[in-house]
Design a binder for this molecule. Structure first.
Ligand SMILES: [Zn+2]
Ligand SMILES: [Zn+2]
Ligand SMILES: [Zn+2]
Length: 164
């Protein structure tokens, strides 16, 4: 994947409505390409997740659906989340048990997540060098990685600047 696809959400002044619109558009394209059905509910769940770059838990997604006047049974909403994860339109941040939208569905996925502990923004990178280094390290100890997902906790630039 070329560098132009590296999106940093760590800038409070970025045009997020653009991110959100772009994400929904790529999701629709990706589903068409793979022959997946992006139902109305699935798209609504995706829009809720893309409200921000902060991960959102399954229960909060359900609450937001209800606030918007939808009353899906919880299992239906949770199945919509499962669908979005398996279609790689969203990712689950294991250490937070919450979901984040994928800015590059369909692209090459190495999945490194940078999680700001102050503003809770999460950025995704797909740096091949990182995964190759991990692969080399795994080979050295005779280990076969099946889920090489990295979650890195820290503080983003914006929050570093405001915390002093
Ligand atoms: Zn954004
Ligand atoms: Zn992704
Ligand atoms: Zn931050």
């Amino acid at each position: 994947m070329d560098k132009s696809n590296v999106i940093s959400p760590f800038h409070g002044d970025h045009d997020h409505s653009h991110c959100q619109a772009q994400a929904i558009e790529s999701a629709i394209e990706e589903c068409n390409r793979k022959g997946l059905r992006l139902t109305k509910l699935r798209q609504q769940v995706l829009e809720i997740i893309w409200t921000s770059h902060c991960p959102i838990g399954a229960y909060d997604v359900l609450q937001k659906l209800q606030e918007a006047g939808h009353k899906p049974a919880p299992p239906t909403a949770y199945r919509a989340l499962d669908f979005l994860v398996s279609a790689s339109l969203i990712h689950r941040i294991e250490s937070l048990n919450a979901y984040i939208g994928c800015p590059s569905p369909g692209g090459q996925h190495q999945c490194q997540f940078y999680i700001c502990s102050e503003c809770h923004t999460v950025a995704e990178t797909n740096n091949v060098n990182v995964s190759e280094a991990l692969q080399t390290a795994a080979d050295e100890i005779g280990f076969h990685s099946t889920a090489p997902v990295i979650e890195i906790h820290g503080v983003c630039k914006d929050c570093q600047n405001t915390s002093d």
